[in-house]
Ligand binder design. Sequence first.
Ligand code: ADP
Ligand code: MG
Length: 313
Amino acid sequence: MDEFALIEQFFAGRGVCRDDVLLGIGDDAAITRSDSGFELVIATDTICAGTHFLPGTPPRALGHRCLAVNLSDLAAMGAEPLWCTLALSLPEAEPCWVQQFADGFFAIADRFGMALVGGDTVRGPLAMTVTVHGRVKPGRAIRRNGAQEGDSIYITGVPGQAAAGLRVLAASGMTAEAGARPVQRFLYPEPRVMEGLALNGLATAMIDVSDGLIADVPRLLEASRLGAQMELANLPLAAVGTDDALELALNGGDDYELCFCVSPGNAAELELRAADWNCPVTRIGTVQRSADIVWLVDGQLYNAVPGQFKHFS
Ligand code: ADP
Ligand code: MG
């Protein structure tokens, strides 16, 4: 099967029809209409076999993941998803594999109203690059650098769940039951798009947590040139019956939860907006003027040692 047949069969003419897509897959480039009342928000992320996912990961899960991680970046800006492109590098064009990959991709694309408008298909090591376009009202994107001293710091969901799932999967040689909650969370991360949109005009700063809280909380606060006192006693933990559940929450990757700052005066408004979210939201700290970050559990100093994965070190 050549790449044109593959694009035609599995990607062209699929997914949501948006009336702002004037020309989709099939020409040299796509054409979209951007509404003058909005700003465009653009993000791109690549996932590679061996680096970002284990060989043997189900193709449907990869189709989901390559878009989900990008949607998470739009969510973290408080942006509404619009269009995306997909660059796919495959060692071989195996129709059954591509079918399942595309099914996973379009299932999540459709759910968030995102149109696939183009891409590239090449032979090479298994990898996917997705670029997403979203929109916000002018000046309303939620950046990392807007935190204020005294703001409360919150996290969505149950951090560490994905890492707990990965542990179960890796131990089973990728054959563990995909229905188990942590395994499901790892294979099918849920970008917090609705939550990100709801935080518009409320969160002063936001980041999506993909490398664990210890790595990503400092990134959020460095951008604002501030520090924080973190209090982890109320952090919901992945119920995996291990004594390192807190460690997984702090250093485990792939959660794609939102970590954000809200002024204490807006706590009630946050509670109101979060009432219909289908994930918990937990207050885990306070922004401070000093540049360091102190991690506490029940008031006791917690020695948070970054175990962060880096690509080039
Ligand atoms: P060109 O050679 O002009 O760059 P391609 O042969 O790469 O064009 O692609 C043909 C059409 O198919 C283009 O519209 C391109 O955007 C689209 N396309 C290629 N690969 C993919 C893919 N994996 N997903 C979606 N669209 C794709
Ligand atoms: Mg061309």
